[in-house]
Each structure stands twice: as C-alpha cells, then as structure tokens.
Design a protein around this ligand. Structure first.
Ligand code: SF4
Ligand code: SF4
Ligand code: SF4
Ligand code: SF4
Length: 589
C-alpha cells in the first residue's frame, strides 16, 4: 500500500514537473528579441514547426541525428573516448534496465510471453545492464575526482546525479546478493512455488541450493551426501528450474552474495532484504520524481536540442522558435565541461578566477537568470566579465555534445546585459559589440561610444605609440612583459615570430584601410615583434588590439605556429589590468 502510494506520488510529481519544465521553454526569455513573442505564439509556432518538419525532407535529418548523435553519441566519441564510454554505459545500461526490468509488467511481458525476471536470458541481462551503469558511474567518479579533468567543475547537481544512480545500482546489487544468501527467501520460495510437504525433500532441495546456488542455511551444512544432492537436483528440476535459472547467472548479485556469506545469517535475521528493497525502490521513486527538476532532465532535453539544432536555421526559422530553443538548450546541458576545456578565453579564468568566464559555468548562471531576472551589482559585473571576455570563437558550440548553440546564447545575453548596466571595459572588440549594440534605435555614435571611450582609457596608459619619432632606449624595455605574456601557453608562442608579415597580409582589418598604419598604429606582425622585444608601450598602445575581430585568420596562416590572435587577446587583458591599476579601480570579481 505504502509503495503503491509512493509510486503514484512519484509519477504525479514527475508528470507535473515534466509539464512545468516544458512550459518554461515557452515562457522564459533569453535576449531582448524573445520579449516580442508571447508564450502562446511561441507554442503555436513550435507546433507549426514540428508539423512542418515531419512533412518535409528534414524528417530524414531527424532520423539520422537520432541514430548518430542521440543513440550512438558520436559527438562525444569524437571528443573524448573515455567520456563516450562512460556516457554510453550509463545511458544504454540505465535505459535497458528501465525498459526490461523496471517496466517489465508493461513492456517485457508483452514482448516475451515466457518472461520471468529469474529466468535467463533476462536474469543475466539485468545484471549485465546493471554492471554497465556501475562501471559508467565509476568512470564518472574517476574523471571528476581522480583524473581531475581540467576546468571540469562539480556542483551539487552533478553530485546528486552520481549519488542517486549509485544508490539505485548498489542497493540493487546488494539486494540481489542478500536474497541469494537468505534462507528466509529460500523457504518463502519453496512455500509459494513448490508443492513439497516432506521435510526430507525440502532438506535435499535446500542442500542443493546451499551447495550450488549460494544460499546460507542453519538447517543444512556441508559436506553434503552425494545422494542428497542428487535428490535435491531432481526436485529442483521438477519444481524450480522452469522459473528459476541458476543464481550464478546473476553474476554481480552472486559475487555480492559470496562476499557477504560470513554475515549472511545476521543480515537475514536483521531483515536486510526488506531494508535494501525499501532503499532501492524509494531511490528509484525519488529519482523519477526529481528527474524534471535535476540535471537528469537532460535525458529528455538533450535529444530534443540535438534534433532541433539539426533542422533549425537562424536565418529561416521563426524567431519565436529560436527563442524557445534557446531556453530549452539550457536544460540540455549535461555540465560535461567540454566547452570550458576548449574555450579560447579559459586561460583568463585561471588568472581572474571568475567561474563565469567558463562557458559551462556561464550556462548555469544563464539558467538561473532566465528563471529569475534579478541580479545584484556583484553578480552583474561577474557575469558581464564572463560574457564580454568571450571572443565569439564558436569553439564551445562546435564541441558541445548536446548541440547547444552557445555562441548565440552569449550574443543574446550580452545584448540584454548591456541594456541593464554599463559594460565593463574588458570587451574591447567591435566584434564583441556588434550584436550587443546593434539595436534599432541606437545611432552610429551611440554604437561606437563605449568602445571608443574604453579604448581611449586603456591607450592613455601607453603613450609611446603617439610619439613615432621617439627613440626607444634599451633600458626602457619591459622585462616583465615577456613573463606576463608567457603565463598562457598560447601567448608565449610570440617568440617564434620571424616577421614574415603573413599575419598582417591576411588580416581583414588591415586590408580594410588604405593606410592601415595611420589608423591601427602597429600591425599584427609588428605587435608580435614588439612583445618579443619587450616593448610594452608599443604593443599595448596599438589600435590594432582594439580593432581585432578575433577571426583567427592570422593565426591560421602563420608559418611559425604563432598564436597571433591569442597573443593579441592576452595583450588586451594585460593592458586592461594596467589601466585598472592606474585608475585605482578594483579588479572585477
Ligand atoms: S565562443 Fe566564447 S565561450 Fe565559446 S569557446 Fe569561444 S570564447 Fe569561449
Ligand atoms: S554547454 Fe555543452 S559542452 Fe558545455 S557543459 Fe553543457 S553540455 Fe557540456
Ligand atoms: S605570420 Fe607568424 S611569423 Fe609571420 S610575422 Fe606573423 S606572427 Fe610572425
Ligand atoms: S584575428 Fe588576426 S587576422 Fe583576424 S582581425 Fe585579429 S589580427 Fe587580424
């Protein structure tokens, strides 16, 4: 009765949670364009979009994405084999356990008329699927706590997800082990399923089960008489074999039974089987009820995100659907940290220690922000730093296994935040601004004003650039500059520059001006050489720094492997810090 009530409550909470969470995809907004569409419009546009896809050739794309990216998870495979293995073991093992074991009365019995959970192959498969999940969870723990994958952060939701799956699986294996050893369970089976009423026969059967199948008994003890075991074998074939395979096939439970053999009788009299069953069932119900509100909701949202991403196009899809998809993508995040590992500005996190610089952490902020748009001053500045430091390099989007278009999310939230408060200076590229200030109603002067003001504020610290006739004295070289730039593994590549000028030749910003040197002061190759020489004033005073589009053309064309764009980026950060120090402004935290 209690368990039926608990199951009903879990199902009701799960159903309510599912409806509530999916409704937020239509009700919440990220970015200012989303404000233009009501929840009703977004819902009806989504319905139209889905119907449209099912009656178009895009349906084949959906099928391909479902097989390749949802079932086989090839995005993760390409990125990291160990993580793919972990994810596949947990995902496949858990789904198969759910379908074959947890929902056996709904699914398995209707497919296999001879189904018995204690018969093979079902008994063996249940343990195999369980073992898959346990190994997957062990890999997850190893990656997070022993391997310590760089920038992979673990929060309360990650711990909950690992814990709930671990409790379900471990209690399941221990329960199986206790049941195998339990004389009480053995006798209950004899009473329920056999017609034996002769004590001799029951003892013969019990002897066989102790000898062969791991039962621990006070009634019978080894060594057993051959004739008794033979009699037990015959009774087993007649009464048990039709609905009970050898427990050895439940190999994880059988291994647990062997391990707990010395304390099996104590566990049996303490009612361990009932306790473990209660823990196992209640953990399953809790996992089910809390699924829509936890990180585990990505089981539903990630496939939807991957498939929506495959058939949607920013140019062609209705803006209401783009707004809906962006909120849904927040639920699709598995907090795997792949984006943060690849993020081109992640080195800035190592220096500034602002977690909002990492895309995986920014996304968590965005989720909370989309739910409740309030932000205190400190929170606003921390997220501004994270959002504006982004170079729009798109690396996070390319590697995200959940198919989240992160760059578009950053664009939209940047736009919204700029309208909420003054942008901080650490976003000094026109490219960073182009969406943020490209709003109807903002004239060209307003568009340029924050960028110009911030660039001027920083450049004011580096005067040498405005004195072209100035003779550089060798004793003014800044020896610290090289050390500062060397702090990042990308930036220290400037030393390999041999001034071939390729970077400046391919640069679209340089190409844009008839006389680039007059506007930009130093070109990319000259900046690389300036850093190499320790000419801080020249390197940081160049307008090129603040006009760089972070298009990575220079970096890709450098024959020496100099990470030109990354060096420029590091210089920008260093210049900003200098300007902050000079003005006495606190570092943004
Ligand atoms: S787009 Fe921004 S957040 Fe994403 S990887 Fe590039 S710098 Fe990092
Ligand atoms: S955004 Fe994508 S890559 Fe980044 S943590 Fe989430 S799922 Fe992983
Ligand atoms: S392309 Fe490379 S080697 Fe050539 S000038 Fe630029 S940074 Fe130096
Ligand atoms: S990334 Fe390189 S090529 Fe692109 S704008 Fe900046 S300096 Fe020029």
């Amino acid at each position: 009765m209690f368990f039926n009530l608990a199951l009903t409550a879990a199902l009701i909470i799960f159903g309510f949670g599912l409806v509530y969470k999916i409704s937020t995809w239509f009700r919440r907004n990220i970015g200012m364009q989303a404000d233009n569409y009501s929840a009703a419009t977004r819902f009806s546009e989504a319905a139209k979009g889905i119907v449209g896809v099912f009656f178009s050739r895009d349906v084949f794309t959906l099928i391909r994405v479902f097989i390749v990216e949802v079932l086989l998870q090839m995005r993760i495979f390409k990125e990291d084999f160990l993580r793919w293995l972990m994810h596949m073991l947990i995902f496949a093992g858990f789904m198969l356990l759910l379908l074959m074991h947890a929902l056996d009365k709904l699914i398995t019995v209707n497919i296999f008329s001879d189904y018995y959970s204690t018969l093979n192959p079902f008994m063996f498969l249940r343990d195999l699927f369980g073992l898959m999940v346990i190994v997957g969870v062990a890999i997850a723990i190893y990656r997070r706590f022993i391997l310590k994958v760089p920038r992979l952060k673990t929060n309360a939701m990650d711990l909950y997800a690992i814990l709930i799956v671990a409790v379900i699986m471990i209690s399941g294996v221990l329960l199986e082990g206790v049941k195998i050893t339990s004389p009480t369970v053995f006798r209950a089976m004899v009473d329920s399923y056999s017609s034996l009423d002769d004590d001799e026969q029951v003892k013969a059967l019990e002897s066989l089960w102790v000898y062969e199948f791991g039962v621990v008994s006070e009634e019978v003890e080894a060594p057993f008489d051959e004739a008794v075991l033979e009699q037990g074998g015959e009774i087993h074939e007649e009464s048990c074999a039709a609905c009970h395979s050898s427990p050895k096939w439940a190999f994880t439970g059988f291994a647990a039974a062997k391990a707990m053999r010395p304390i099996a009788l104590g566990l049996d009299s303490a009612g361990a089987a009932d306790i473990l069953w209660t823990i196992h069932i209640l953990a399953c119900f809790l996992g089910l009820a809390y699924l829509p509100f936890s990180k585990m909701f990505h089981i539903i949202a990630s496939p939807v995100s991957l498939m929506a991403g495959a058939v949607m196009d920013k140019e062609k899809s209705h803006p209401a659907n783009i707004a809906t998809r962006q909120v849904m993508e927040l639920d699709a995040c598995t907090h795997c940290g792949t984006c943060s590992l690849r993020c081109s500005v992640a080195p800035a996190f190592d220096r500034l220690n602002n977690a909002n610089i990492l895309p995986s952490e920014k996304l968590i902020f965005l989720k909370a922000y989309a739910a409740d748009k309030t932000l205190d001053e400190k929170g606003l500045r921390a997220i501004q730093e994270g959002i504006y430091l982004c170079t729009n390099c798109d690396r996070c989007t390319v590697v995200c296994p959940a198919g989240i278009n992160l760059r578009e999310l950053w664009f939209n939230v940047r736009e919204e935040l700029i309208h909420k408060g003054l942008p901080v200076a650490m976003m000094l590229t026109p490219f960073s601004f182009y969406r943020g200030l490209n709003r109807q109603g903002l004239d060209a002067e307003t568009y340029r004003q924050p960028l110009t003001a911030a660039a001027e504020a920083v450049a004011a610290n580096f005067k040498m650039i405005d004195a072209p006739d100035h003779v550089v004295a060798l004793n003014t070289l800044d020896k610290d500059l090289k050390g500062q730039a060397d702090a990042s593994s990308q930036a220290n590549t400037y030393a390999y520059c041999f001034a071939c000028e390729n970077c400046s030749t391919v640069c679209p910003v340089v190409e844009n001006y008839e006389n680039p040197q007059a506007v930009l002061k130093l070109l990319p190759h000259q900046i690389m050489r300036s850093v190499g020489l320790g000419l801080k004033d020249l390197a940081m005073g160049s307008n090129m720094l603040w006009n760089c589009l972070t298009c990575y053309q220079c970096q890709e064309h450098c024959p020496q492997g100099v990470k030109v764009t990354d060096v420029l980026y590091e210089l920008k950060n260093l210049a900003l810090k200098e300007a902050q120090r000079a003005s006495g402004e606190d570092r943004i935290n």
